[in-house]
Design a binder for this molecule. Structure first.
Ligand code: ZN
Length: 696
């Protein structure tokens, strides 16, 4: 058993520490209020059992709660009171030094919380460590100066979660759809250097990766680019090759026809597309931003974004090459092809690629093969998207924990809705503060974003304020744990008709709230199914502290993301997607559904059948396949999770290797793929996932 200390480091469990603490308090109360040594030993034993039952590393704070609870149960009320007074005094003293303690543990490389916080950030790296140091300071500022006490308290109790406190103390923004088209067609400026419209496809790809790196270093969170913006440059290269070929043939005095020139040019174009796509894939995967992580990039692949004819065919060429290279994978440090986490690929299903006789059907087949092997691309149905709202810049700022609202109400519906009113208002308050910290920001804080086209073309010194209103940017209310919330209120899953209606009511309530705020303030509030990563564990821990373990509600070390069906609930892939589609439509700020599937590399028709279903029924969905690699024995398949000492550990089923540094595990953590670290809550969730499609 392991304990997580206040500074975030992990130490082996030691019963003597608990015993000594109780004995010290025991020695300070009046004789009559003291417990016998036997009784103290008995209590320590009970606490040990509770730590074991938690099935994860518990924090010192949780153990303190257990001590007080056990002393109360032993009817040693005075002692319990004394113990908690003592604890409060020390907490106050410690509070003053907690930022320093966290910073020191980061410098010593023993901060377990940081290690498990982000599946794509490794705090041993100098650059990442420096980013975490900055985050600690920013969070400290947020806590003491930016957010009011009630918001911070709700955050700490897991009633709501303020995202990215490590960044939001300043004017840094999040998640942009990069306007690559404007930047490439009209030129841009990168680090005071003028970049003109490129004269070839490969130069366009190079510039695109420079832009991605710059944007990533000026934001937190993700960005999206579209391959459509690169497509026009294929023909720029084609025309250039034709001119060169004619010159070359003229120079050696050869007779030629235009058809011959075209054929030769086409061969060169194809090679250039290969090189350009490779530049993008390798650059994105190998870049480290100033945040010490690979940029979170999504690449959008939508044929209808460009006009039919040559440009669309060129876009198809780029998409085909992107899928081919992704299917191949990238080489890990020992030279074996593995699944990279980035970039995330998004393939849009539409009429011209959804039937076997459609012109771009071959791309859809390639996409299916790529998904089966590498878990990407994800799929968007153009048909369903057209029926729903579609937007650009989405950011998730504050998430409401629906499970806590349900548990706090004790199952009383009237009380539940009252709590929902109060808590959404608390979220609103936090979102307003976030909006206000961005007001007055000069465009100079990130020229690439605000002045040179990635988001806008404001003048130097101009404030970004007008972009914060009128639907230009979206500010999001996130939600989590609809599944557990419905279970607590109705005693059934939301897939049950009795639970379904209540689940829809909750979603409609949240939508009404964002609509009201939008109406009143002209700020584009939207509802977003938070793609929780480490927050799922935080929420679960807080729920267990506040309400104990309630079956189906708080008995896991994670809570379910957004409206998703619980990971342990057996449900068929098609039913799941069909069911979730209704909820996704009520999550206009963004949400993604997924299905968990076995290895489908030898069953591409099954993947295509799922894609067909997505096209007809749901806007945005993805398939979770497994493709891991053990560097010790060369095992290529699914690396499994085993339990040891109440801790979940990844283990190669072939050789027993447990060294995470010597394996490549790739899992969906929250829409993005993760390849390095998962916290204990997320690991438990991954271990619990049931298959939604069976192999026959
Ligand atoms: Zn192995």
């Amino acid at each position: 058993m392991k304990i997580i200390k206040r500074d975030g480091s992990e130490v082996p469990y030691d019963y003597m520490k608990i015993q000594k603490a109780i004995e010290a308090a025991n020695g300070e109360v009046a004789e009559a209020d003291r417990l016998s040594d036997t009784m103290v030993g008995f209590i320590v034993g009970r606490i040990e059992k509770r730590i074991e039952a938690a099935g994860r590393s518990v924090s010192v704070e949780e153990i303190q709660d257990m001590v007080i609870d056990e002393l109360d149960q032993a009817e040693a009320y005075r002692l319990a009171r004394h113990y908690s007074d003592y604890r409060l005094r020390h907490e106050l003293l410690r509070k003053q030094n907690s930022t320093d303690a966290k910073i020191l543990s980061l410098l010593r490389h023993d901060n377990e919380l940081a290690k498990q916080e982000n599946a794509n950030k490794d705090p041993i790296l100098n650059s990442t460590m420096r980013d975490y140091l900055a985050s600690e300071v920013s969070e400290d500022i947020c806590r003491r100066y930016i957010f009011p006490e009630d918001v911070i308290r709700a955050n700490d109790e897991g009633i709501i979660h303020i995202h990215d406190m490590g960044y939001v103390s300043g004017p840094i923004s999040n998640c942009e759809l990069v306007n690559l088209e404007d930047m490439l067609q009209n030129g841009t400026v990168i680090t005071d250097t003028l970049i003109e419209k490129p004269h070839s496809f490969s130069t366009a790809c190079n510039i695109a990766t420079q832009i991605i790196a710059q944007v990533a270093s000026n934001t937190y969170g993700g960005q999206t680019i579209s391959l459509a913006h690169l497509a026009p440059f294929v023909d720029v290269s084609r025309q250039k090759y034709k001119r060169e070929i004619r010159e070359e043939l003229d120079a050696i005095g050869r007779e030629y026809t235009e058809a011959e020139v075209s054929r030769m040019a086409e061969m060169r174009v194809k090679k250039e597309v290969e090189r350009g796509v490779q530049t993008i894939q390798y650059q994105i995967q190998t870049l480290l931003t100033t945040n010490g992580q690979t940029p979170f990039v999504s690449v959008f692949m939508y044929l209808d974004e460009v006009p039919a004819g040559q440009t669309r065919d060129d876009l198809a060429l780029i998409i085909a090459e992107t899928l081919r290279q992704r299917h191949e994978g990238i080489k890990n440090e020992v030279g074996v092809w593995v699944s990279p986490a980035f970039p995330k690929l998004i393939y849009v299903l539409d009429e011209d690629n959804m039937t076997e006789d459609a012109p771009y059907w071959y791309l859809t087949v390639m996409a299916a093969e790529c998904t089966a092997k590498r878990m990407v691309p994800d799929y968007i149905s153009a048909k369903v998207m057209r029926q729903l709202k579609n937007g650009d810049v989405y950011t998730c700022m504050v998430t409401i924990n629906l499970v806590d609202a349900a548990c706090s109400s004790g199952g009383d519906e009237e009380k539940f809705w009252k709590l929902m009113e109060e808590r959404t208002e608390l979220c609103h308050k936090a979102l307003r503060i976030r909006h206000e910290t961005l007001l007055g920001t000069p465009s100079d804080v990130a020229p690439i974003l605000w002045q040179y086209g990635a988001i806008s073309r404001l003048a130097k010194g101009e404030k970004i304020d007008r972009l914060l209103y009128n639907n230009y940017s979206t500010i999001s209310l996130g939600y989590a744990g609809l599944s557990e919330c419905v279970y607590r209120m109705k005693g059934v899953s939301h897939t049950d008709p009795a639970g379904h209606d209540f689940g829809i009511e909750v979603m409609e309530f949240l939508n009404r709230k964002t609509a009201q705020w939008r109406e009143a303030e002209n700020i584009s509030y939207s509802l977003y199914g938070t793609p929780m990563e480490s927050v799922t564990y935080k929420f679960a821990q807080c729920l267990q502290r506040r309400f104990g373990k309630i079956e189906h509600v708080t008995d896991k070390n994670y809570i379910t993301n957004s409206y998703h069906v619980h990971v342990t609930e057996p449900i068929d892939a098609f039913k799941k997607l069909g069911f979730e589609a209704e909820f996704q439509a009520l999550s206009p700020g963004g949400a993604i559904s997924y299905i968990e599937v076995p290895d489908l590399q030898n069953n591409i028709p099954a993947v295509l059948a799922v894609m067909r279903f997505i096209y007809d029924n749901i806007m945005y969905a993805e398939l979770n396949t497994k493709s891991d690699y053990c560097q010790v024995c060369g095992f290529d398949g699914e690396i499994r999770i085993v339990e040891e000492d109440g801790k979940l550990i990844w283990e190669c089923p072939n050789c027993g290797n447990r060294d995470q540094k010597r394996m490549n595990v790739c899992r969906r953590v929250c829409g993005y793929l993760g390849t390095q670290y998962f916290n204990q809550g997320r690991t438990a969730e991954i271990a619990d996932r049931v298959m939604h499609l069976s192999t026959r």
